[in-house]
Design a protein around this ligand. Structure first.
Ligand SMILES: O=c1ccn([C@H]2C[C@H](O)[C@@H](CO)O2)c(=O)[nH]1
Ligand SMILES: [Zn+2]
Length: 132
């Protein structure tokens, strides 16, 4: 799976964003251990607090279909800038990914940067801390 294909999938996810309150549209795409891909969008709620981010939508879709190991994730948000995952999503990524996985942050369909989970969530609290 090349980065640009995954980015395109993240843009596909973003086209389905439900964000009538913030008007901030986010899309994500995860590649799992078997190369399956799941897309996600942010899904807002009138209560605000019940909002789900694009990253978690994609990850929860994958996990609920039996895939629990993320190989890479692409995220696209605001046009022409990089959108990093929020703290809650970083923690959820850490639950299902190794510290060295690639997180592809897309500015547009051609321009992106790649970070590892360890770079954006150093010292993560994970199942290892619980002896699991
Ligand atoms: O990485 C991010 C950052 C924000 N959002 C969503 C949550 C909310 O709907 C909107 C504004 O925070 O953007 C995401 O989906 N992913
Ligand atoms: Zn988030």
């Amino acid at each position: 799976m090349d980065y640009e294909t995954l980015l395109n999938k993240a843009f596909e996810g973003r086209s389905r964003a439900y964000a009538p309150y913030s008007n901030f549209y986010v899309g994500a795409a995860v590649v799992m251990e078997d190369e399956s891909i799941y897309t996600g969008c942010n899904i807002e709620n009138a209560s605000y607090g019940a909002t789900n981010c694009a990253e978690r939508t994609a990850i929860f879709k994958a996990v609920s279909e039996g895939h629990t190991s993320i190989k890479a994730i692409a995220i696209v948000g605001v046009e022409n800038d990089y959108t990093y995952p929020c703290g809650i999503c970083r923690q959820v990524i850490a639950e299902f990914a190794a510290a060295d996985i690639q997180i592809i942050l897309g500015k547009n369909k051609k321009e992106y940067i790649v970070k590892t989970l360890d770079e954006i969530l150093p010292g993560a609290f994970t199942k290892k801390d619980l002896g699991k």
